[in-house]
Design a protein around this ligand. Sequence first.
Ligand code: PCA
Length: 325
Amino acid sequence: MIRKLLLSLTLPLALSLGVVNADSQTWDMPLAYSATNYQSENAAAFAAAVTEATGGSLTIVTHPDGSLYKGDEIFPAVRTGQAPIGERLISALGNEDPLFELDTLPFLAASFADAKKLHEAAKPAMQKLLASKGVKMLYAVPWPPQGIYTKNPINSAADMKNVKFRAYNPATARLAELMGAVPTTIEVTELSQVFATGQAESMVSSGSTGYDIEIWQYVNFWYDIQAWVPKNMVIVNLDAWNELDEATQNFVLNAAAEAEASGWAKAESLAQWYAEQLTANGMTVQPPGEQLMADLKKIGDIMTKEWLERAGASGEALISVYKSM
Ligand code: PCA
């Protein structure tokens, strides 16, 4: 009787405070990119789909724009369980394992169709690697093709000499170095500020990220080099995952599959639109000239060779699986 009385008093109190009970919980989901970016919108739709499918027993709340954790804090936060779930640019983890850099190898998979194949080819190895770090990938979504943003026209890699370059991962830092530029790795939340203060005057990124920070305020050119298609992944902490019952896990997996499909479609359908927005805001958008392309191909060969040295036989095997698809 007393127990019943206590329950009847404490349960509504716990619910009204949003306190976790055995049957219902809330997952905070940190995102690095702005709320209006399609990656964040896609993540918000995923979160809403999970919340709805589970009738709120698992509620996922997205926190875009680095507001909960900045880009470089998200993977460690999910790994250690500080955040149960989060989204991170895969290749930003390149220093942890060469496998994370597979999708930024220049000219390996430069179209969305090839990028999708590469994603499928790498999935089993990625899940294994991520599991060894205590996390699981739920889905991954590409960025539109990458281009070089500059203030001045460039005709060759030599024109990038000493130019201050914003890198978003070890591979783009290496690319800059091989062009003779001066790379600094900067998270997207700091991007407007570093361009505004002149700490960066160029970068490689998609039309999407340029559009988000209104990059036409700082640079004039975007060379559409079509060299790779990097991806963001949504990862979940394995302990948090294993605590979910099977039905809930299945709701999450279904929502993740939908988010992966809609994210790829969105990236593809927006790629051209983003390039048009750069042009509409006064930038010159063009393919790289012959010399610049030849230089980039050479740099790509060096980066691929360096990657294979690090990734070894398993890296080579992955590439041949991809090429046979
Ligand atoms: N935007 C992200 C990574 C790739 C992209 O297109 C960024 O610049 O941080």
